[in-house]
Write a protein of this length. Structure first.
Length: 135
C-alpha cells in the first residue's frame, strides 16, 4: 500500500506542476533553473524508495513492461517514419501545418516528446496486460 501512495504522490506533484504552469500561461523554460534539477532529484529519490518497497512480482512487472513497452514505442515511431519515407508524407503534412514546430529544434523536441509518450503509453499497456495474465 505504501508503494501505491508514493506513486500517487509523484503523479500528483507532476500534475500540479503542469496545471500550475498552464494556469500561469508559462512553459517549463520560464521556471528558475534550480527547479528542474531539484525536481529530478526529488522524483529520483522517491522512485528509489518506491522500488525498494515493491515485492519481487511487482518488480518483474515493471521490468517486463519497461522493456517491452519501450521497445514497442520506439518500434512504432520507426515504422511511422519508414512509412512516411515510402510515400505517405503525413510527417511532411504535419510540418506544413505548423504542428511540429516553427523550426528544426522545435520539431526535434516534439519528436522526442512523441517517442516518450509512445513509450509511456505502451509500457503502461504492457504492464496492465502483464498483471491481467498473472492474476
Amino acid at each position: 500500500m505504501r508503494s501505491i501512495n508514493i506513486k500517487v504522490a509523484i503523479l500528483l506533484i507532476c500534475f500540479l506542476l503542469g496545471v500550475g504552469l498552464g494556469i500561469a500561461g508559462k512553459s517549463l523554460a520560464a521556471l528558475p533553473t534550480w527547479i528542474a534539477p531539484a525536481f529530478l532529484v526529488t522524483v529520483g529519490a522517491a522512485s528509489i524508495y518506491y522500488w525498494r518497497t515493491l515485492d519481487e512480482t511487482a518488480r518483474e512487472a515493471h521490468k517486463f513492461s519497461w522493456y517491452w513497452g519501450s521497445t514497442i514505442g520506439i518500434a512504432t515511431v520507426i515504422v511511422l517514419v519508414l512509412l512516411d519515407r515510402s510515400g505517405l508524407n503525413f510527417i511532411q503534412s504535419l510540418a506544413d501545418a505548423g504542428t511540429l514546430g516553427e523550426n528544426s529544434s522545435e520539431a526535434f523536441i516534439n519528436g522526442a516528446y512523441a517517442i516518450f509518450l509512445l513509450q509511456t503509453v505502451t509500457s503502461a499497456g504492457v504492464w496492465g496486460i502483464w498483471w491481467l495474465r498473472m492474476r
